[in-house]
Design a protein around this ligand. Structure first.
Ligand SMILES: *Cc1c(COP(=O)(O)O)cnc(C)c1O
Length: 396
């Protein structure tokens, strides 16, 4: 593997302690050996189809289209995957790599708990012990997902350092890996971290874009005009965008968490308000102060509450291929309600960010434009957060 294949333009790389270099190189070699191999691909496709329930529909949102009065809206239904989000696409692939590396213990970090649940699920399926690191603040916000992981047989470690959220859970998982790399496989949940993770996770999530491309060709006999996806670390967005990168007329928009507004300190818009830096093994965009200290972030959606973004997005932003926008907590909750009431689809609060931006943009599009929105997950996990935000109290 040449040095520059570990980079996307000037972003990416392998910024890790010496002790982890060997493990990353071994992972890189294993991944490159198997990624196009027939048995590996067949096994991966088997689990995606028979276990995760793929392919997911590309659904024509007729009522939403009529109400917004612009182009035709399609929803890519990643919310219909087993465990309720796109996360399983990646975990299945990585677990098959872990198996080939002979690893006997699985660890992961999680924010909202979606990646933790997906990892605990596949660890149960493959009968491997699993430890999930989660910030203490997130264990409270997403208590149901903590219990889910425990029911699946995983051990959840609550992380009390720093802001007690995803950034700190990730740092703790990296520490565990550095101490136990011989028998332990670290399943990273997004297109972040040191190489080869960003490229490997992108490849596993690309199933979203590959299916979308085939489905839109069947339904409309042409490419879409816009792809819209929310961006935390950026895996559901990369998965949708990547197979379309070479299609010059397809415009791509990543939607970051604007929290209480990007003119306040309470948001997670790493591209919108961040700058280049190094954290968690990668060079990318981060929200940081003038001394490079990572800033606390906020989003109503725990899955977008990360101060950075994957390095490939940083590169796609600088080249102008992908545009980044943000929407606020209020707008996301409004979109959550809107999609629930118009299409009977309750999106995850993360996905509601993509829906919210689409709702603002679509009235300005032409009638014959085609817009695909990635519904990265379902909203059941967020009902309590939404109720709280709306000031509604529900008994539990
Ligand atoms: C985790 C998660 C996200 C954010 O992660 P990305 O890597 O940016 O996709 C978005 N939507 C849902 C439903 C998630 O669970």
């Amino acid at each position: 593997m040449s040095e520059n294949e570990r980079y996307f333009g000037e972003y990416g790389g392998m910024f890790v302690p010496e002790t982890l270099m060997g493990s990353l190189t071994a992972l890189e070699e294993t991944y490159d050996k198997y990624k196009d191999e027939k048995d590996f691909l067949e096994q991966k496709e088997y689990y995606l189809r028979e276990y995760a329930g793929r392919e997911t529909p590309l659904y024509f949102a007729k009522r939403m289209t009529e109400l917004l009065g612009g182009g035709k809206v399609y929803l890519k239904r990643e919310d219909l995957n087993h465990t309720g989000s796109h996360k399983l696409n990646n975990v299945i692939g990585q677990m098959l790599i872990a198996q080939r590396m002979g690893k006997t213990r699985i660890i992961a970090e999680t924010g909202a708990g979606q990646h933790g649940v997906a990892t605990a699920t596949i660890a149960a399926l493959f009968d491997l012990p699993c430890t999930v690191y989660m910030g203490e603040q997130d264990t409270q916000r997403q208590a149901l997902n903590v219990f889910r992981m425990e029911l699946l047989g995983a051990k959840v470690v609550s992380v009390h350092t720093g802001t007690k959220t995803l950034k700190d859970a990730t740092s703790e998982a990296i520490r565990d890996w550095a101490a136990n790399f011989e028998d332990t496989y670290y399943v990273i949940g997004s297109v972040v971290g040191p190489s080869p993770y960003p490229r490997m996770v992108r490849d596993f999530q690309s199933v979203i874009g590959i299916e979308t491309k085939r489905q839109i060709a069947e339904k409309e006999a042409r490419m879409p005009d816009y792809l819209i996806a929310c961006v935390g670390g950026g895996s559901n967005a990369m998965g949708l965008f990547y197979p379309f990168i070479g299609e010059e007329n397809v415009k791509m928009i990543g939607v970051e968490a604007g929290g209480k507004g990007t003119d306040t300190p309470h948001h997670a818009a790493a591209i919108g308000k961040g700058s280049p830096g190094v954290l968690h093994g990668m060079k990318s965009y981060f929200l940081q102060d003038e001394f490079g200290q990572i800033l606390p972030v906020h989003s109503i959606s725990a899955g977008l509450d990360y101060p950075g973004i994957g390095p490939e997005h940083a590169s796609l932003f600088e080249s102008g291929r992908v545009r980044f926008e943000s929407v606020t907590d209020d707008e996301a909750v409004e979109a959550f309600e809107f999609l629930s009431k118009t299409e009977g689809i309750m999106p995850a609060l993360e996905s509601a960010h993509a829906v919210a931006y689409a709702c603002k943009m679509i009235p300005k599009t032409r009638k014959n434009d085609i817009i695909v929105i990635n519904v990265s997950g379902r909203g059941d996990k967020d009902v309590y957060s939404v109720a709280k935000h709306m000031g509604v109290s529900i008994n539990d």
